[in-house]
Ligand binder design. Sequence first.
Ligand code: PGA
Length: 333
Amino acid sequence: MMTVMGFDVALMLAGALEASREGAIARRTGASMRPSHRRAIASTPCARARDVRARVGSGKFIVGGNWKCNGSRASVRELLRELNEGALGDNVEVVVAPPFLFIDDAMATLRKPYQVAAQNCWVEPGLVDPTHHYDSDTGAFTGEVSAEMLEDLGIPWVILGHSERRNLFKESNEFVGKKVAHARYHGLNVIVCVGETLEERESGKTMDVIFAQLQAVADEIDDKEHSSWGSQVVIAYEPIWAIGTGKVATPDQVQEVHAKIRKWLADNVSEEVARETRIQYGGSVNAQNCADIARLSDIDGFLVGGASLKGEDFVKICNASSVHYKAVGRARK
Ligand code: PGA
């Protein structure tokens, strides 16, 4: 297993495996190896290791705006204007996720510190790859967008495993785990969503469901003992019964689940990762209820759907970061 090897050695081996796999794909598809890929293979292992280490997390409060499949050219322009006019505090990291077609507009228009995310990206689900890089995302996959394309366009974040993708598009835990590993390989930061249905909560299965979702991600992480995924992967706890329903989870429910997720990370990944990983709450967060949840110690931010479509409200939710830092007495990052 890679986890028992030195990180650089493991990555070099991964690079060699990847190169041979790329060759195998080229043989299978009749395509020659892409020059960009050849360059990447020649130079990456150590470079990527350095990249990964350099991205140690800041632990900053982080708020995501998931616009889902909403917006028109005109409404998106208006929303971008409202966001740019909002007075954002400097103690919060903010990531907005427009539909693919509007990402370009958002990247060109939004001022700092706004960052942009895609709402999904692709990896071939049936692929088995011991390197966990699954580098076959470009090709005959009509209608999909690859992690490689997001990397190419400089899109820094992607949301993966949202319950709408898991439920409506039948994405399994394993598929989501593969996507997370693959997106990380392309240098993307990931917000990975986990959460239970009402039925699962009522039958006492909340943590079993969430741990299985987390395990499927952890199974794909080769460099568990390093902190990189703590800074590169944000976990969004989103109880499905609270999404878009106006039924927000109580502060106690949220704190309990977040604390258990953090303990699970400490027990199953590492103490360092548990400390560094930011855990967001998502599900009917709005400008009125955000402060109550932001006060909790294990809440490192929000993932917001409906209320992220109203610029002024979203900025208020982002600024709940101040409530968090004050309540938990944590040094401002
Ligand atoms: P909501 O959605 O804020 O509209 O409940 C949250 C989400 O799905 O990320």
